[in-house]
Design a protein around this ligand. Structure first.
Ligand SMILES: Cc1ncc(COP(=O)(O)OP(=O)(O)O)c(N)n1
Ligand SMILES: Cc1nc(C(=O)O)sc1CCOP(=O)(O)O
Ligand SMILES: [Mg+2]
Length: 439
């Protein structure tokens, strides 16, 4: 059974944060239904949702924004559906969007266009969010789908007490609204509760709606993807550039590339943005020559100008959602964390990966946060698992090749390091030792 969440009809405080958290927990589909909301407000909401999740969103209004923001689907109300021609629907499908609609009488399935990948049928129970909106479904109802091959989602009045009867009605899933948003501060816990019920427990492993053939899904898996279900967005070994008495930043990057690193972060302190931009231009050329990916630390505008693959932002740098509005939609953004609260914030802000540290004391960075050690990683990774968060965690801060086995056992995804490589007697051997320990 699939579970869909429909938004509250009005804009809510902290709504984008809540939605990002629902997606991080594995929500497969969010229907954005806000009949009275302006295009500008809708745009602002979409922009606050992590790019990696937007393919799982479906718009009920302001359909024209779908192509702009790589949204996954378009929903038509019953009234709106009746005004669409077959050509209109084909045009949307040609561009890769899933199409869905609402019906209020199950017999409407007899004549429903097969262009619709799935439908909402309701209200199946008395509505929670619309008092007086009564169920039209008779007792002992069992769904006849006629020859309609798409999925049918029950809608209306569904909560943790009655959701299990949906399967007995022959429905393919449930769309929930009131039970999630009645108390927005409990939305995440309500979702957790519903998703943990036996009928929905398969959801975690098959979050993608089967009918989702959208080009957005293809695009995501090809490029920087929906990280839970496709190729990871970030490598397991990231080299952090460093300047020493003997070596410039670019020298250190060359050393790492020649040793086999393919994920490089340009991290320059104490220089003007112009100076950093000049070095970033050289760094990207160098990385291109080796087929490596460049991540720029701290400077969104530099990252945008040199068209870097990624940007890394710390706790006191520009907030991730603000940076997203400055850089290309394809660019990944990593965020720093030191505590469980930081991790939750980075995930809510839509970080594509998290640099979690410091592992131990290091001279490479000033003003270090408290040292985590192996126990710190074990504790935080345990919390990641308990909350089913899957954002890749990169351990950083004084990491050496000998630490990797124990760090990996905590569940971290990869490591970022600097001194251990530039100080290595044989950088190539060091990189291959690290890579072996990481795979
Ligand atoms: C992969 C990775 N993780 C953490 C950091 C630290 O970033 P930040 O906290 O912004 O500190 P500075 O590096 O800017 O001093 C990072 N750079 N990379
Ligand atoms: C850039 C950076 N950030 C850290 C953090 O804890 O957030 S530690 C760190 C330095 C990483 O270099 P080395 O491998 O030389 O310690
Ligand atoms: Mg920083």
């Amino acid at each position: 059974m699939d579970l869909i969440v429909i938004t509250h009809p009005e804009m809510l405080p902290d709504e984008a944060d809540i939605i990002n958290r629902l997606f991080a927990l594995g929500l497969p589909r969010l229907h954005v239904r806000k009949p009275e909301v302006s295009e500008a407000d809708m745009k602002a909401l979409i922009q606050s949702i992590a790019k990696t999740y937007r393919g799982r969103m479906v718009l009920h209004q302001h359909h024209q924004l779908a192509a702009v923001f790589d949204i996954g689907g378009i929903h038509f109300t019953e009234h709106n559906r009746l005004m669409q021609t077959a050509d209109d629907l084909n045009e949307w499908k040609k561009h890769g969007f899933t199409l869905s609609t609402s019906i209020h009488d199950p017999d409407a399935l007899q004549s429903l266009s097969h262009s619709f990948d799935y439908v909402f049928l309701g209200p199946v129970f008395d509505s929670i969010s619309k008092p007086g909106y009564k169920s039209r479904i008779p007792d002992e109802f069992y769904l006849n789908k006629y020859n309609y091959t798409g999925k049918v989602f029950a809608l209306g009045g569904i909560d943790v007490h009655n959701i299990q009867t949906i399967a007995q009605m022959g429905m393919d899933g449930a769309a929930v609204l009131g039970s999630i948003w009645q108390k927005p501060e409990n939305a995440v816990n309500q979702f957790r509760l519903l998703a943990s019920l036996p009928d929905f427990s398969a959801m975690k492993s098959e979050v993608k709606i089967e009918n989702d053939t959208s080009k957005n899904a293809d695009k995501r898996s090809a490029g920087h993807s929906d990280q839970q279900f496709h190729t990871p967005v970030i490598g397991r070994l990231q080299f952090i550039s460093q300047e020493t008495e003997e070596m410039s930043h670019l020298d250190s990057i060359r050393l790492a590339l020649e040793a086999g690193c393919r994920w490089i972060q340009l991290r320059i302190k104490g220089r003007t943005e112009e100076e950093i931009l000049a070095m970033a231009r050289e760094a990207i050329q160098l990385c291109d020559r080796f087929g490596a990916r460049l991540i720029i630390n701290d400077h969104p505008r530099v990252a945008r100008t040199v068209q870097a693959y990624g940007l890394h932002l710390g706790l006191t740098d520009m907030p991730i959602p603000e940076a997203r509005s400055l850089v290309s939609r394809k660019m990944i953004i990593g965020g720093t964390a030191n505590t469980w609260e930081d991790i939750q914030s980075r995930i809510a802000e839509g970080a594509d990966y998290i640099g979690l540290g410091p592992f131990r004391f290091t001279r490479t960075k000033q003003n270090l946060s408290p040292i985590l050690g192996t126990d710190g990683y074990a504790r935080l990774m345990q919390q990641m698992t308990e909350n089913r968060f899957q954002t890749p965690i990169i351990a950083i801060g004084g990491v050496t090749p000998e630490d990797i086995d124990v760090l990996r056992q905590t569940g971290i995804y990869g490591v970022a390091l600097s001194s251990a490589l530039i100080g290595a007697a044989d950088p190539k051997a060091t990189v291959s030792q690290i890579q072996q320990a990481l795979c």
